[in-house]
Design a protein around this ligand. Structure first.
Ligand code: ADP
Ligand code: ADP
Ligand code: MG
Length: 451
């Protein structure tokens, strides 16, 4: 593998370029008109304009991207996350064109890309899934009947959904009736598929996920868990590893369930098995993400491995760099913060020009940024501008380190959630580590009440 095309943008494109440089692999970047000045375009060995700003006309142009890769003599394509990363058709066409898709097989992407299908697969493999419907629900009448069986509150979900989009909690029949059509419509608009299903809403649940990795020789390992329960709009904003307040026996069962899940589909490359864990540490499979995850640096911090390097190695057909589970250790504690160009009160994107960007004293802190000073955050893509990864011996120390860091960050020209992190890090609910997915919305409500 001498030349890799990165079918993505921003921080993840930059992240992949970094590992390719380390391994002396040439990189080809693609960019839309809006992204011409971003750092990843300069850092790649070559970069090509793929189209105008809208993703449908640029980053999602499957055939154009593959044609460019062929023309440039590329050996493999890395899809990053989001965009085409879970598009089985893309993966299949890359392989048909004689190149390597850096990810799982198109069949695995298909099976796991659909939440209903993956629930069925996991259930058959003996992995506990959230109680809910085994099939899609067609009509509101069916939904009401099923919800009575499951018991309210329920989560109404698009089978094809992702990024927190296409799901809503319904506390009663009235709420279900109100939302049924709109969730279907939204799912159709975002994901081109309006199949929905119902799950029991796990109250006070924690989102804990497991990083798994497989190769083409049948080896599968886990790289421990990440707690991603600090969320807004069902989207993660802070992730950490190890998960606080999680007894060792429960952790071991969870890690094993994730490995079983991966084995059930003969998994290859990087993947994440997401679970929702209740107050009694019972866990239920939510979904599997068949790609590198936004929050993979948390795992890199505690294990010391470069996950993109692992991806490239496995994609070449080599064995996993470590095949013996006991040789993978987790040390210390790591936290990741997603810095968004957004209004910290409404969580709406706040695009604009980054007039100044000063991270202050880094002191061993890792920043994966997609933008630099002078760049413009446009409304066309996800408004995440950077990830901050803080690592220390203990969780307490990591929190203090993060607090010190955030007090020196200065970003001007766009609104960001930096000040929110600074305050939230001091909240008892976060500090004591017992939090669940409601922690951030609840804390924000309290702040409002107190002022
Ligand atoms: P992770 O579990 O890695 O945090 P998410 O499921 O939140 O991943 O999504 C991964 C990336 O893809 C994020 O950057 C997210 O914003 C983006 N994404 C996912 N689905 C969509 C969508 N429908 N529209 C836009 N971006 C999306
Ligand atoms: P996505 O594909 O958008 O990432 P997920 O199924 O992974 O969708 O769910 C995203 C988040 O929504 C979870 O991390 C959790 O906070 C919440 N969630 C999803 N399903 C449930 C459920 N059944 N009960 C409670 N919370 C849920
Ligand atoms: Mg998810």
């Amino acid at each position: 593998m001498r030349k890799v095309l990165i079918a993505n943008r921003g921080e993840i494109a930059r992240r992949i370029i970094e590992t390719c440089k380390k391994l002396h692999i040439e990189t080809v970047a693609i960019y839309s008109e809006a992204d011409v000045n971003l750092p990843y375009v300069k850092e790649a060995d070559s970069a090509f304009l793929i189209g105008p700003n809208q993703v449908q006309q640029s980053y999602l142009k499957v055939d154009d991207i593959i044609a460019l890769a062929k023309r440039e003599g590329v050996d493999a394509i890395h899809p990053g996350y989001g965009l085409l990363s879970e598009n089985a058709d893309f993966a299949r066409k890359i392989e048909e064109a004689g190149m390597i898709f850096i990810g799982p097989t198109p069949e695995t992407i298909e099976t796991m890309g659909d939440k209903i299908g993956s629930r069925q697969t996991m259930k058959a493999a003996g992995v506990p899934v959230v109680p809910g419907t085994d099939e899609g629900v067609q009509t509101l009448e069916d939904a009401i009947e099923e919800a009575l069986q499951i018991g309210y509150p329920v989560m109404l979900k698009a089978s094809s959904g992702g990024g927190g989009i296409g799901m809503i909690r319904c506390d009663n029949e009235q709420a279900l009736s109100q939302n049924f059509v709109s969730v279907k419509t939204r799912a159709k608009a975002y994901f081109g598929d309006d199949v929905v299903f119902l799950e029991k809403y796990i109250s006070d649940g924690r989102h804990i996920e497991v990083q798994i990795f497989g190769d083409t020789h049948g080896n599968i390992v886990h790289l421990f868990e990440r707690n991603c329960s600090v969320q807004r709009r069902n989207q993660k904003v802070i992730e950490e590893s190890p998960s606080p307040n999680f007894p060792q026996h429960a952790r071991e069962r969870l890690l094993q369930a994730a490995v079983d899940a991966a084995k059930a589909v003969n998994y290859r490359n990087a993947g994440t098995v997401e679970f929702i864990v209740d107050e009694d540490n019972q866990f239920y499979f939510l979904e599997m993400n068949t790609r590198l995850q936004v929050e993979h640096p948390v795992t890199e911090a505690v294990t010391g491995f470069d996950l993109v390097e692992w991806q490239l190695q496995v994609a070449k057909g080599e064995h996993l760099p470590v095949t013996n589970q006991a040789d993978i250790q987790s040390t210390g504690h790591a936290l990741e913060f997603r810095i968004y160009a957004e209004d910290p009160k409404t969580f709406f994107p706040s695009p604009g020009n980054i007039k100044s960007l000063n991270w202050g004293s880094l002191n061993g802190i890792r920043i994966d940024a997609g933008y630099e000073e002078g760049n413009t955050v446009t409304p066309f893509y996800d408004p995440m501008i950077a990830k901050v990864i803080v690592q220390s011996e203990s969780r307490e120390e990591a929190i203090i380190k993060a607090q010190n860091f955030f007090s020196s960050v200065k970003i001007e020209g766009i609104k960001t959630n930096v000040a929110l992190f600074q305050e939230f890090l001091g909240a008892k609910a976060f500090q004591d580590g017992t939090y669940n997915t409601a922690v951030l919305p609840q804390w924000l409500d309290q702040q409002k009440g107190g002022k």
